[in-house]
Design a protein around this ligand. Structure first.
Ligand code: KG4
Ligand code: ZN
Length: 334
């Protein structure tokens, strides 16, 4: 079964065709990073306008490149939630038009389930149930993946998402948006214990929630103080200390949840799952306990449409089709 999918929930316009939820025939992402860099973050209005400009040509190019015609397709999948509503609406409406023209059914896909599906694309042997840490620019949550189409949230961030915190601190250190990527790179050369940062939700044992605003503010204060004293910023040490604190919080909470809930198969996904320390740290923690650990290949961590097509395959098997009045939803609620 071949599914064509589009993804436009934030600042990447993406289109892909995937066979049987496994084989990526073609997958392209038109990044808008250059357009948002000058503002230091994503401007929703700018994102919607860029999706409008890119989406038609992008879908045309994946069809031409793969030499696949609409007759060879079985369905059209689209991210309908959560995300920036103006951005989501572009993808949803585009797919509706395509469905009207081709008579192909529409499969609505939840963005978080799509990120989780990036794990199936990389690891064909992985099957639910497992516990999954979803960490991106918009989300930081732990989900029980009960089935391919059924997930239950057991923990969430109480303030910023991990990626958001990485980007804000990255920006303060002088890196272009998205700062998380550059911060991860230079952190490798720094001392993670050079700056003392507060441990988020230190005495929390009754929830699997996260919090990143305290450590983000502490970092900003340290940077402001150094700037006031006109001292050069030790970028590598600052980045290493922040990355270590965030990763420690993510890993310790995720491992505690896995122990309590009895999961021995763990996965991570979302843009921040590309973080090298997070990947290595979780790998080591799982190896120590003889638990199984799965991560997406780095190119599938960030937003892409191959993961939407993959989740679309399982939603199709579950008879989840959308009528032509499908609407976009900003909220994460499943
Ligand atoms: O999944 P994604 O592409 O978009 C959302 O759904 O939010 O995630 C983007 C986020 C950005 O905040 C970016 O800084 C972060 O993922 N990110 C990283 C790394 N690579 C991407 N954060 C930390 N370390 C990285 N290596
Ligand atoms: Zn995402």
């Amino acid at each position: 079964m071949k599914i064509l999918a589009v993804e436009s929930s934030c600042d990447d316009t993406a289109a892909a065709i995937v066979e049987d939820g496994k084989n990526i025939i073609v997958s392209k992402v038109a990044s808008q990073i250059e357009k948002h860099k000058i503002y230091g973050g994503v401007v929703p209005e700018v994102a919607s306008r860029n999706h409008i400009e890119s989406i038609g040509a992008l879908v045309q190019s994946i069809l031409e490149e793969s030499k696949i015609t609409f007759k060879n397709l079985n369905a059209l999948a689209v991210t309908y939630a959560p995300g920036l509503v103006g951005s989501l609406l572009v993808g949803v409406n585009f797919i509706k038009g395509l469905s009207l023209a081709t008579k192909l059914p529409i499969v609505p896909v939840h963005h978080i389930k799509a990120h989780i599906a990036s794990l199936y694309l990389t690891n064909h042997q992985l099957k639910p149930p497992f516990l999954c840490l979803v960490v991106s620019g918009g989300h930081s949550s732990i989900f029980e993946v009960l089935d391919y189409t059924k997930i239950r949230r057991v923990g969430k961030t109480r303030d910023d998402a991990a990626g958001e915190a990485f980007d804000k601190v990255g920006r303060k250190l002088g890196f272009d948006y998205p700062g998380g990527v550059a911060l991860d790179l230079i952190a490798g050369n720094g001392d993670p214990f050079s700056f003392e940062l507060p441990t988020p939700l230190k005495s929390e044992t009754s929830s699997y929630d996260f919090s990143f605003s305290g450590v983000k503010t502490a970092m900003i204060n340290i940077i402001n103080q150094l700037n006031q004293k006109q001292q050069a910023l030790p970028l590598e040490d600052l980045a290493a200390s922040f990355r270590n604190c965030v990763v420690e919080h993510l890993v310790s909470t995720f491992i505690r949840a896995s122990k309590d809930l009895g999961y021995k198969t763990l996965g991570i996904c979302g843009g921040v799952s590309a973080n090298s320390l997070l990947r290595a740290h979780l790998e080591a923690e799982c190896f120590k306990r003889r638990w199984k650990f799965f991560k997406p290949e780095k190119s599938l961590c960030g937003d892409n449409a191959a993961m939407v097509a993959c989740e679309g395959y399982y939603e199709f098997l579950n008879n989840n089709f959308a009528p032509l009045n499908l609407n976009a939803k900003a909220s994460e609620n499943i």
